[in-house]
Design a protein around this ligand. Structure first.
Ligand SMILES: NC(=O)c1ccc[n+]([C@@H]2O[C@H](COP(=O)([O-])OP(=O)(O)OC[C@H]3O[C@@H](n4cnc5c(N)ncnc54)[C@H](OP(=O)(O)O)[C@@H]3O)[C@@H](O)[C@H]2O)c1
Length: 326
């Protein structure tokens, strides 16, 4: 590959693991900053990967990391953030920091140290005027990532991403284990789930592709599902088929508020519900990814059935390990 020293911000996350896994075999060095090195020990063992505990919001630290590479992949993102103190603000400080200020600082560091290539992960529906804090901050983040004429930026906008470690289908599968009925708000919202391995391949293929410079790509799977269909599918595939109840807005908001305040952090939030006001599907149907991304969208079934049913070899072994407390 042309780019050989890659900084992967957010490389320790769900999608990041797959991106790093593909990069280590192809480039000289992959640097993964994280807030907690001990949480991603498995990446430390990979050849050419360097996991560094760092505060990427500190401009000096970020500058040092950027100066040492020839391309940056930004995968940092949060699903839940605090609400702004004033209703007139578009989002709270956590979304601002993770989705807007960080890309702004990355671009400034790239300009300063002559790094010309940036891949920025956004989300389908990102829009400064979008219906949720998540989507508005992602929209402003895209603009920040594309603001420099000195940096060749590619923006990627996936629909919901599925894979063995996802927190979407797995969440509903987990709920189905304990609840006799599953209740969701905005059950008719449509998604076009995309496989995590396809997302990672698209990112890695785009890295050296001049055609992708300055462009924004939607990343979707081959089929559209409503939220109700996805929840039903996750429950059935995990061996706990359940009826799915669509909640009216007021009840859904109340439920989201309760989920927001669960001990151990929010599972779902009122802001997530606001994101569901718009569909998360490709703007053109049928969806076909641009050829330069080099992917063929993988259908959700039967791939997701394997891990939701615990049939994926790695899922099975982690189950045995958990039972043996290892
Ligand atoms: N998963 C999906 O369905 C989906 C759909 C559309 C868009 N996306 C976008 O894709 C990107 C990756 O998603 P993911 O599912 O892989 O997320 P993830 O598993 O939650 O990983 C997010 C990564 O961001 C880092 N991070 C989170 N908050 C941070 C903060 N305040 N400061 C610094 N680093 C922080 C984490 O680093 P640590 O190692 O320090 O914890 C983690 O590695 C995100 O931008 C997300 O919005 C995801």
């Amino acid at each position: 590959m042309k780019h050989q020293r890659i900084l992967v911000l957010g490389g320790g996350g769900f999608i990041g693991h797959y991106v790093v896994d593909r990069l280590v075999a192809r480039v000289a060095s992959v640097v993964i900053p994280t807030r907690r090195r001990d949480r991603i020990k498995e990446l430390i063992l990979l050849p050419t990967a360097e996991v560094i505990e760092a505060d990427v919001h500190d401009p000096v630290t970020l500058g040092r990391l950027v100066a040492d590479c020839d391309a940056v992949i930004n995968l940092v993102g949060i699903l839940h953030g605090n609400y702004p103190p004033a209703a007139s603000a578009s989002y709270g400080s956590q979304f601002l920091q993770a989705h807007v200020e960080l890309p702004r600082r990355i671009v400034a560091a790239c300009e300063r140290y002559g790094v010309r290539r940036l891949l920025h992960m956004s989300a389908l529906g990102a829009d400064p005027k979008g219906p949720s804090m998540y989507l508005r901050s992602k929209g402003d983040g895209e603009r920040a990532a594309q603001a420099s004429s000195l940096v060749e930026t590619t923006v990627l906008r996936p629909s919901v991403v599925f894979g063995r470690e996802d927190r979407f289908l797995n969440l509903f599968a987990h709920m189905a284990r304990w609840l006799p009925v599953l209740a969701v708000g905005r059950a008719g919202t449509r998604f076009q789930p995309v496989w995590v391995a396809d997302v990672a391949s698209a990112i890695v293929n785009a890295l050296d592709s001049v055609e992708t410079y300055g462009r924004t790509y939607e990343l979707c799977g081959p089929r559209i599902y409503t939220l109700r269909e996805l929840v039903k599918f996750a429950a059935r595939a995990s061996g706990h088929p359940r009826p799915v109840l669509g909640l009216p807005d007021l009840l859904a908001k109340l439920m989201a508020w309760v989920f927001e305040h669960l001990p151990g952090g929010p599972v779902m939030s009122r802001d997530n519900l606001d994101s569901l006001k718009i569909d998360s599907v490709a703007s053109r149907q049928p969806y076909w990814p641009a050829p330069e991304l080099g992917i063929r969208p993988t259908p959700m079934e039967p791939e997701a059935v394997l891990y939701l049913a615990g049939l994926h070899p790695r899922t099975r072994f982690s189950g045995y390990r958990a039972r043996a407390r290892r």
